[in-house]
Design a protein around this ligand. Structure first.
Ligand SMILES: [Cu+2]
Length: 168
């Protein structure tokens, strides 16, 4: 077996495993309904990190335990104003409205259709540490993981072939 052919074979093997991994993209996990309650207080959100999967339906409840806070979720065009004495919150779509709606809503339901890491932060000045009041909303892609596993297997497999042939 000459060198060129060997390299060609290696590339094919890596590609095959990559494709196998990639195909698992099509087999997505079940989409879940998730009810998430976020508690806002000076100067943190609880939870600080929210992890969901793409396609999940998220029902967000937000409360404040001390003063008026905001909950601005980047990437999802959502902002809420939460008051400690009011159950529920006022909301707005930042791209469309400057002001919060007049209606107090109990919760906000949306689909996590954008993959990535999105920051949520307090959008209403609440004290000196206000700018640090933030958290992360992580929407997992589901498929990156099996995809990279496939690729890793492919590379490992290719290495084995490569070094075995070299010994001949
Ligand atoms: Cu704040």
């Amino acid at each position: 077996m000459n060198n060129k052919f060997r390299v060609f074979l290696l590339v094919i093997v890596v590609m095959i495993f990559g494709i196998i991994g990639g195909l698992t993209v099509l087999k997505r996990g079940p989409e879940e309904d998730r009810a998430i309650t976020v508690h806002a207080r000076k100067y943190a959100f609880d939870p600080q990190v929210i992890r969901v999967n793409r396609g999940d339906t998220i029902t967000l409840n937000i409360t404040s335990t001390d003063v008026t806070h905001g909950f601005y979720l980047e990437g999802y065009d959502f902002d809420a104003k939460i008051r400690p004495e009011t159950p529920g919150f006022w909301m707005r779509a930042p791209s469309k409205n400057k002001e919060y709606g007049e209606e107090v809503v109990e919760s906000y339901t949306f689909t996590a259709n954008r993959i990535g890491k999105f920051r949520y932060r307090c959008s209403i000045g609440c004290g000196p540490m206000h700018p640090f009041m933030q958290g992360e909303f992580i929407v997992r892609p589901n498929f990156l993981f099996p995809g990279s596993i496939g690729l890793a297997f492919g590379i490992a497999f290719a290495c084995i072939i490569y070094f075995r042939k070299k010994e001949e």
